[in-house]
Design a binder for this molecule. Sequence first.
Ligand code: PHE
Ligand code: FE
Length: 276
Amino acid sequence: MDIAHAADWTIPQGWQHYTAAEHAVWTTLFERQAALLPGRACREFLAGLKALDISAGIPDFELMSERLFGLTGWRVVAVPGLVPEDVFFEHLANRRFPAGNFIRRPDQLDYLEEPDVFHDVFGHVPMLTDPVFADYMQAYGQGGRRALQLGRLGNLARLYWYTVEFGLLRTDAGLRIYGAGIVSSRSESVFALDDPSPNRLGFSLRRVLRTPYRIDDFQQNYFVIDSLPALLDETVNTDFAPLYAELAALPDIPISAIEPTDLVFTRGTQSYAASH
Ligand code: PHE
Ligand code: FE
């Protein structure tokens, strides 16, 4: 996009310029997801959603950031859309979440290629109210800078995809969603938990770094973490440099394959992927 932006790609959100129709798109999406997610999203997400108080129209990032900063020291900054990887990592490493300021059109409620303010804010910001997840996202930004230097971003991006965007969490009450790409999508909020098609496998760092993903349709694999502290602990306390070196010599795992060492929650039929 050709909007003038600062060196860190931030722009004013321009909250006063949203139209009533744009606020209405937010509210429609919000109400649909808020009704669907209890019993599906994890308690950390639902608590964050409540704490942020963002049900009525597109949130003003300044006001939302004050609340978020008080909880975990994060802020949300506006950007025109996707930003270069190094810029993205720099923001995360400084506890700033870059969010697109535009909203999808009313005919795009169910699918959109580029992340908009609903995906970025509704999907991502509630989890940033959780202190453990907040630390994970900052560490990911630091890890991203390092992966760029080491030329292994292809591997690290899979970690983001299978946790931040499409992660599931094991709880006493059953599997729950914490991934932003799932909670911001009505159809995937159901598919990710209930459909017989995808594999649902225990999270393993090495395994995830070797597994390709789909960007344009429902996932063929979801990885289940034991807890948010376990995810933070494993990623922060592992030096990825030797891991990247090791992975460079190993082939990727075919997208729907199940490995003998996988902890299998669901052995997917892959019927959805086979017919799309
Ligand atoms: N510990 C990782 C490294 O050495 C950084 C990282 C932390 C990556 C958390 C992802 C998530 O590169
Ligand atoms: Fe996202």
